[in-house]
Design a protein around this ligand. Structure first.
Ligand SMILES: Cc1ncc(COP(=O)(O)O)c(C=O)c1O
Length: 363
């Protein structure tokens, strides 16, 4: 018998969340961001839910090939562009649009032999300070690109650092508008947080990543219920043992949890070798038979312990929802688990390990 742990990918929920991106930015086209193997969901599984997007945005050429292999003929965008000159050959062959964020990428294009001009997105560094041309160098880069026979349409893009927080986007939006004024071409600025919180920056294309995967980009300020999003990944397992603790008994490595009174606990077949965060402290929410309870003690490699106080009927084989959708439509947003572990939903969904079987389901 395999261990009872599994992950489910909810394709209807992916489609629902994509529709939320469209509703938030009704005049924009939507790039479904599927980098990092669709945020851990698996590109092929996510495709079933996200194929209603206008384009797919990703990083790896390998992922671009997988999208094309699924029969996708519409736009594909490489968010970091080419990593070396020969990447441009695959861009030509697979008709991939690509970001141009530095002069070396323009040099490579100038030396590239291609029949069909490439669609490129020139990236402005408006304050994130990761990728992109500084405002003072942006126009010269555009002029150089525009003169190349290898280049067709030139889109204009930037990326916000604080769309999810208090600082907001005004300073970067102003820098983008100043640097791109009078330049032709489509614009793309907004990630999920900007799409939801600052729809005035939606422009021609939004880039919907985390919101498509049922995580609130600005948690804990807002949760997925607030944004009308649905969980797209469930991690679930079962109780493989139960224990009765007396007052003073401890649980797990380091005896970090000590029972103050008699307590029934369940042992779940899920640990950090499955991708469950080891830093999830005692008190991390978990559902047992759809009832909300908490973890107790340290997460170990293959197991963790949960308090069965709120679920006295729980027994060997009871269903445990680590995040996502539980029995009878109960829900445990991944953001709550991430918060208890000092991280974000993005990291948890990307961290599922290969030993966890994953299945796509509609609902
Ligand atoms: C350039 C770019 N655009 C869009 C996204 C999507 O962001 P999010 O998942 O926050 O929507 C990312 C992700 O980090 C990105 O790097």
């Amino acid at each position: 018998m395999p261990r009872p742990i599994e992950a489910l990918i909810h394709t209807d929920a992916l489609a629902h969340n994509l529709a939320r991106a469209r509703a938030a930015a009704p005049d924009a086209k939507v790039w479904a961001v599927v980098k990092a193997d669709a945020y851990g969901h698996g590109i092929e599984r996510a495709y079933a839910g996200l194929r209603g997007a206008d384009g797919f945005a990703l990083l790896d050429l390998d992922e671009a090939q997988r999208i094309r292999a699924l029969g996708w003929r519409a736009p594909v965008l490489l968010l970091e562009g080419a990593f070396e000159p020969r990447d441009l050959e695959l861009c030509s062959r697979l008709d991939l649009a690509h970001v141009v964020h530095c002069s070396a990428q323009i040099d490579w294009l100038a030396a590239h032999k291609t029949q069909a001009p490439h669609s490129v997105w020139l990236k402005l560094n408006s304050g994130m300070n990761r990728l992109g041309f500084a405002p003072a160098a942006f126009r010269a880069a555009w002029t150089r690109l525009n003169a190349l026979p290898q280049v067709g349409e030139i889109g204009l893009m930037t990326h916000f650092s604080d769309a999810d927080g208090e600082r907001g986007i005004a300073h970067q939006l102003a820098a983008f508008e100043a640097a791109t004024r009078d330049l032709p071409g489509e614009r793309s600025l907004a990630n999920s947080a900007a799409t939801l919180r600052h729809p005035q920056a939606a422009a021609d294309w939004v880039r919907a990543g985390i919101m498509s995967y049922g995580s609130a980009p600005d948690h804990p300020a807002h949760d997925i219920a607030h944004w009308g999003l649905r969980p797209t990944m469930t991690l679930r397992s079962k109780l493989i043992a139960t224990q009765r603790l007396a007052a003073g008994d401890s649980v797990g490595y380091g005896s970090s949890f000590v029972a103050e009174q008699a307590l029934a606990i369940g042992i779940v077949a899920c640990g950090y070798a499955d991708g469950y965060p080891r830093h999830a402290a005692t008190g991390t929410p978990v559902l047992v038979d759809g009832v909300r309870t908490r973890s107790v003690g340290r997460v170990s490699m293959d197991m963790l312990a949960v308090d069965l106080g709120p679920v006295p009927q729980a027994a060997l084989g009871s269903e445990v929802t680590l995040w996502g959708v539980g029995p009878q439509g109960t829900r445990l947003p991944i953001d709550e688990v991430a918060r208890a572990a000092g991280t974000i939903g993005y990291e948890l969904m990307c961290a599922l390990t290969p030993r966890v079987p994953v299945r796509a389901v509609a609902a």
